[in-house]
Design a binder for this molecule. Sequence first.
Ligand SMILES: *Cc1c(COP(=O)(O)O)cnc(C)c1O
Length: 401
Amino acid sequence: MDYKAADGLQDLQYFGEYGGVNPSISDSSTYTFLSAKTMFDTFEGNTEGCYLYSRHSSPSNLYLGEALAALEGTETANVTASGMGAITAVILQICSAGDHLVCSRTIYGGTYAFLKNFLKKFEVATTFVDITDLDAVAGAINPRTKMIYCESVSNPLLEIADIKALSHLSKKHAIPLVVDNTFSPLSIAPAKLGADIVVHSLTKFINGSSDCVAGAVCGSKEFCLGLKDVNQGAGMLLGSTLDSLRAASILKNMRTLHIRVKKHSENALYLAKDFEKEGLRVMYPGLRSHPGHRIMERQMNKEYGFGGIMTLDVGGVNRANALMERMQKEDLGYLAVSLGFYKTLFSAPGTSTSSEIPLEEQKSMGLTDGLIRFSIGLDNDIHRTCERMKDCMTKLGILGG
Ligand SMILES: *Cc1c(COP(=O)(O)O)cnc(C)c1O
């Protein structure tokens, strides 16, 4: 990989209006114009350098967008009030009634529910496929197909999408490849592998402090400006706008992203290797036993590792619940959804974040009810954490002993 995402981020320097090392936070919903003509031009779409109204854009949101574009290596990026705000705007911008999408069957539960249930109202249909089966993806594309949608590392099963191969396919059919890179910022740079649009839930690793909800769309200037268009833009018209105060705090948290990602990855790899040695059913892209290991290795930025998410199948919902409750009691982390926090977070996707997916379909994709998803924290002494986690498992009879 020659693309050094952290370098792009690191090189960004901001000067506040009084010379502060952090840019001033924009505290206005509306902006003055010196001439009425400029206001007219701005409404006509000639918005370069002009602020109009903060649902359209604001200085703080543009600063954060610039950092995200540097992260993903895209021309530009728009920030949104949530990851779902980014995902739904992108899909509605590209698809009209009668259109069709091809989508990975293992994706974030909210995205799945939006495509499967909500878009019925607009007669937009989705074919869900095993994204690692390229023939299945190709076979699902029809003349009304408007995009291929997937996650670089899928939620919650950690399937790895072969972004280069999917991009070849999408280019052959002249449709965009849209990749949700929430699980693998810095580790994977989808746009550099051929994705046309990269979406993020900033709520997770990128912000990393579990104190807000936000999202982003990274792509070409043409597409991102289109999303902001006052007459036609799904971003502008659906109104999922991030507040400036939040944009400023996320930008500050992003400055430690490279350090955090490395630590999350290092800790997750340590636990995954140890748990595997113990004979536990652990899934982690950094393990050779993981079906997507080779593809991940080929497309990752090695220095950031295989990411902070790991799953463990303890063989039943009751055992999963007992283990999570026990670990929480032992201060090993929180029984909570979401990812990217400094403490480990764990939840059972079958009964939480993926509960939108019908049981039958969960079964067919390999999502068992004993599966626990871990977002591994920034623990300083992961050996100690590992021993304490195994202690919980031994006490519950999950580990023989
Ligand atoms: C959390 C998440 C989302 C949704 O993001 P919000 O910020 O909660 O709206 C989308 N995709 C993935 C992979 C996620 O983990």
